[in-house]
Write a protein that binds this ligand. Sequence first.
Ligand SMILES: *Cc1c(COP(=O)(O)O)cnc(C)c1O
Length: 362
Amino acid sequence: MTKRAFNFNAGPAALPLGVLQQAQQEFVDFAGAGMSIMEMSHRSAIYEQVNNDAQALLRELFGIPNNYKVLFLQGGASTQFAMIPMNLLKPDQTASFVMTGSWADKAIKEAKLFGQTSIVASSEADKFNRIPDLSGIELPSNAAYLHVTSNETIEGTQYAAYPETGDVTLIADMSSDILSRPVDVSKFGLIYAGAQKNLGPSGVTIVIVREDLVAQSPKSIPTMLRYDTHISNNSLYNTPPSFSVYLVGLMLKWLKERGGVSATEQYNRDKTKLIYDTIDQSGGFYRGFADPASRSLMNITFRIQTEELESLFVKESEKQGFIGLKGHRSVGGLRASTYNAVPLESCKALAEFMQDFQKRNG
Ligand SMILES: *Cc1c(COP(=O)(O)O)cnc(C)c1O
């Protein structure tokens, strides 16, 4: 049996063993071609099939309507922070944001390079421990779009429901929760996500965009940073990250075999319940960072009374095969990332470790 760590890394993160094993099996000789997928032309029929299959599976699993395009790009979600305003923010318009933490902040900073921005709601006063109440938000009359960070990976908060924006385009960074639960894609103008948390390895960024939005981007945008370039070339304008796209395809197949996105959501809920229940039933030994109504199904952030105990927790957990439980350096504490591919068994083992650690140190 292959020895596998209890991997709670925040990203790149756990991949299913079955996916890795299939990739291993096909590694040297892909589809009988006598070469690996990395050695093959991206213009070959074999790669075109890989590219198209991954797109089709994503469409099917996520319920993407026909008037949307699916793109496989490079540069990470971080490049989308700039590409979105470059393509979608006109000079007389404002890019609006909900300020929920570290990743929203980066998206705003980048948009500022290209035009006017506004923050329509923020949870900064609460140290970003929740998604702000958006029921009565007012958007500027010249809003080009409203940008939300669906799951704040570092703080461990997630939208329970997305805001209603009327005629204003809604854009979401779903880097850390794509395909973790069903989403009505038709509510969004654009959804983007780096693959390396929920959907595969690093190196490829998924963009789902409504076609009419990007039909007329300003002529001054560099070719590689235009959505229409990648749309008209089926994500094959230049050399794509072929191995990453192939692995995303395998991951999507795996998600489909396990019952698709609704089944995945239930599985994710079962996983995180084990850990949140352990926190809530610890009598204050563990303290969840996020407000319960904004708790993330993907990143569970929590603290123990002292930093000494937190360090001890990390040290002892590593000895027992747990990886990635130290919180992000910007917020401290502890974090367990429980993305789609993290097995229930890992979460069960973590809950048991947490209970045992409390018994010994509480
Ligand atoms: C990880 C992450 C990013 C950055 O992704 P890169 O692919 O490293 O650029 C952006 N937004 C969120 C919510 C993330 O979790």
